[in-house]
Write a protein that binds this ligand. Structure first.
Ligand SMILES: [Ca+2]
Length: 355
């Protein structure tokens, strides 16, 4: 429930100011996540498979797209996965992620702390609609080449960013060292075997060694199915308290009379048909007389964002530092209004405000 105070704060945060259109690539969906690593592996859970000095190496991973895969069961370990699984070193895998970033297939490196058990570790990362997948690993240590992790985990669903996701972690063999016990001497495996779930020896393949919990903090998500997608976009930022998010409106088909007034409406609910909306006749932005789509619920605020004269109409949203806003969703939609009284509705953006 949004309290009255929260509602007023939500209204107060929409300090709309015209800005120079940004040159950043237009983008509709970004999210900031925390990942919490909570091992359960212990002498209590594994009385015969919990060596002295048991720990996990520093978390290492990436946000990426389907153009790259850092590891998968049945695949062959890259040099970076081999080094991580055998020694816990992150340098090699880090450079594989950097290469993928250069190739346009990864967004950023994810790093998190190492764990001496019992303990927990955490990392923070940003995903975008370009790079919505997460791969993240850590070595089971000491061990020959065993690790836990996730691969190609998609945090973007058709209705927006996943709020909260708990993933059980099972032991994998990287196929790069033939040692059979936690403290075996190094026995390099040539050729490399496939990466496989460990179902014999110390682990059964069904015994979770812990969890990764992915928690979305702040996010933006563009939605709607009828109005032009490019008519309302986020050009930079995620709505973290104390930061700014920049948006742009435009009439991509160029059919509104110029100049047109551009308005922004804000609501605390989406249209009931989210992530689509309610079709209304004549309010289409694509062409005069076409239907448009209302994408937000009752609005608590409508404000003029600027004048459309053929150049993008930008505005900046200042997100105040106000703990009552944490987790609050705000649904934004714009509309154009011209001298012929024609209304053209834009696509919409869901914001979730985070710390
Ligand atoms: Ca090896």
């Amino acid at each position: 429930m949004l309290t009255t105070f929260g509602f007023r704060s939500a209204a107060a945060l929409l300090l709309v100011t015209a800005v120079t259109p940004s040159l950043a690539s237009a983008n509709g969906a970004d999210a900031l996540y925390d990942v919490h690593f909570t091992p359960t592996w212990s002498f209590a859970t594994h009385p015969t498979a919990f060596p002295p000095f048991a720990h996990f190496s520093p978390l290492i991973g990436a946000t990426h797209n389907a153009g790259v895969q850092f590891w998968t069961p049945g695949g062959v370990s890259s040099p970076g996965i081999e080094v991580m699984a055998e020694s816990g070193g992150t340098f090699q895998l880090d450079s594989e992620v950097m290469q993928a970033i250069t190739a346009g297939n990864a967004g950023e490196v994810i790093n998190g702390g190492a764990i001496f058990l019992p303990g927990t570790a955490m990392g923070t990362f940003r995903v975008t609609d370009e790079f919505p997948l997460v791969s993240l690993v850590t070595m089971i240590a000491p061990s020959p080449d065993w690790f836990v992790g996730v691969h190609d985990l998609n945090l973007l669903s058709p209705t927006g960013w996943v709020d909260n996701l708990v993933v059980d972690l099972f032991a994998y063999d990287a196929g790069t060292d033939s040692g059979a016990t936690f403290t075996s001497n190094d026995i390099n495996t040539l050729p490399k075997q496939h990466i496989s779930l460990i179902t014999g020896g110390p682990f059964t393949g069904m015994d979770s060694l812990g969890t990764f919990t992915f928690v979305r903090r702040a996010s933006t998500f563009r939605y709607g199915s009828v109005n032009p997608a490019e008519s309302f976009v986020v050009t930079s930022g995620v709505p973290q308290m104390g930061t700014t998010v920049e948006f742009e409106f435009k009439d991509p088909s160029g059919t509104m009379l110029q100049p047109s007034k551009v308005f922004l409406s804000a609501a605390i609910t989406a249209d009931p048909l989210y992530p689509s909306g309610t079709i209304v006749p004549f309010y289409g932005l694509t062409a005069p007389g076409t239907p448009g789509e209302i994408l937000v619920g009752p609005t608590f605020l409508t404000r003029r964002a600027g004048m459309w004269k053929g150049n993008p109409v930008g505005f900046t949203l200042q997100v105040p530092v106000d703990p009552t806003l944490e987790g609050v969703p705000i649904y934004l939609q714009g509309f154009f209004y011209d001298a012929t009284h024609r209304v053209g509705l834009t696509s919409a953006i869901k914001l979730v405000i985070g710390a």
